[in-house]
Design a protein around this ligand. Structure first.
Ligand code: SAM
Length: 334
């Protein structure tokens, strides 16, 4: 079996493992942490495979659990003394006809410079190293969970922290929100606070649904995102509707609402109470019977209070990490 490790949005492990079980029937989970998992499957995960619910996926060359191996010099020594590393390295490069590699050292999400270790590894490997463009990357990764890995990175996700405009959700989280809403090909889906369009565009890209309505009081951002993607989704409609009142949306016309409304600063909380109450009532009005609402917000206490007043049935409340901020995903049904 091939062994992989993958990182994902903290707090979504139940959902991520459920999706993986569906996609990889023979999967065996070796370790599942809050935002990291190690698993085995016979099904090959090839370079650049799209796994839209995971951050990064690596082919494991080796995993180390002992305290003395939580050290880059020791990991380098292991690589230089064992054929396991060199054999897997060349097998992988040959299989995909790769000629240029890069080595990266990471402590959790922080890249660290290890010039001595890098020089020793470069000397032992008879292939071109490039610190710029490369066909593939070998990672030495130390984790706070007390384990370390040497592995080959299979995904080529951008550095979202640098790339995403302020406020745009990571696309992996948008995928997970879409997945939670149990999308069907007959569904009309609404995101009334679509911003840069991470949720509606991810749904259009990865799920088969009838119609996606992306609305915001400011629709310039989603239009820019659309033109950057250079893809036209025939089932996407971009509208400018007040997200709290949803005045122009017909009663019981929407199957799913998947959204990330303004979270509000603590100074605005009174106003936010009124707005959130109006919003939940509007969502209830436009959703069909049994329609699903997936709501992402940091305003857990406020939503918990309001849920006592509106008729939504609470299915699940997940605690997730969004840009270092504790937030909640509510799955509610009308
Ligand atoms: C938390 S952001 C959503 C970010 C979005 N999920 C993304 O990935 O870009 C909230 C959005 O609500 C929009 N907004 C604020 N008040 C609104 C209103 N009354 N009606 C519609 N949209 C509104 C803001 O313009 C902002 O884009």
């Amino acid at each position: 079996m091939n062994r992989y490790f993958a990182t994902f949005v903290a707090g979504t492990k139940e959902i991520v493992t459920e999706i993986l079980r569906r996609e990889y029937k023979d999967i065996l989970f070796e370790e599942v942490f809050d935002n990291l998992l190690v698993f085995k499957t016979d099904k090959a995960i090839t370079p650049f495979t799209s796994l839209p619910y995971l951050n990064n996926v690596f082919l494991v060359i080796n995993k180390f659990g002992s305290p003395e191996m939580q050290d880059f010099t020791k990991l380098t020594e292991w690589c230089l003394s064992k054929n396991t590393f060199i054999n897997q390295f060349y097998t992988y490069a040959d299989k995909y006809n790769f000629h240029q590699y890069k080595i990266q050292f990471f402590e959790d999400r922080i890249s660290v410079s290890r010039q001595d270790d890098l020089s020793k590894l470069k000397e032992a490997i008879d292939l071109k190293h490039s610190s710029g463009f490369s066909d593939f990357e070998v990672w030495f990764l130390k984790r706070t969970e007390g384990i370390s890995f040497v592995g080959i990175r299979l995904t080529k996700k951008p550095d979202y922290q640098e790339l995403l405009p302020k406020g745009e959700l990571r696309h992996e989280l948008s995928y997970i929100l879409g997945y939670l809403s149990e999308l069907k090909s007959t569904d009309t889906v609404l995101d009334p606070f679509s911003g840069h369009g991470s949720i509606p565009l991810t749904i259009c890209k990865h799920f088969k649904v009838l119609k996606v309505i992306a609305s915001d009081k400011e629709i310039g951002n989603i239009k820019t995102a659309m033109s950057n993607e250079r893809v036209k989704y025939s089932n996407l409609s971009i509208e400018r509707i007040d997200g709290y009142s949803l005045d122009s949306i017909k009663v019981e016309s929407i199957d799913k609402i998947v959204t990330d409304p303004p979270w509000g600063a603590s100074t605005e909380i009174d106003n936010l109470k009124i707005k959130y109450e109006q919003m939940l009532n509007s969502f209830y009005r436009v959703l069909k019977r049994n329609g699903i609402l997936i709501l992402l917000t940091s305003q857990g206490e406020l939503v918990d209070t309001l849920l006592k007043k509106v008729n939504f049935k609470l299915f699940h409340k997940y605690q997730v990490n969004v840009g270092g901020r504790g937030s909640y995903v509510y799955k509610l049904r009308k």
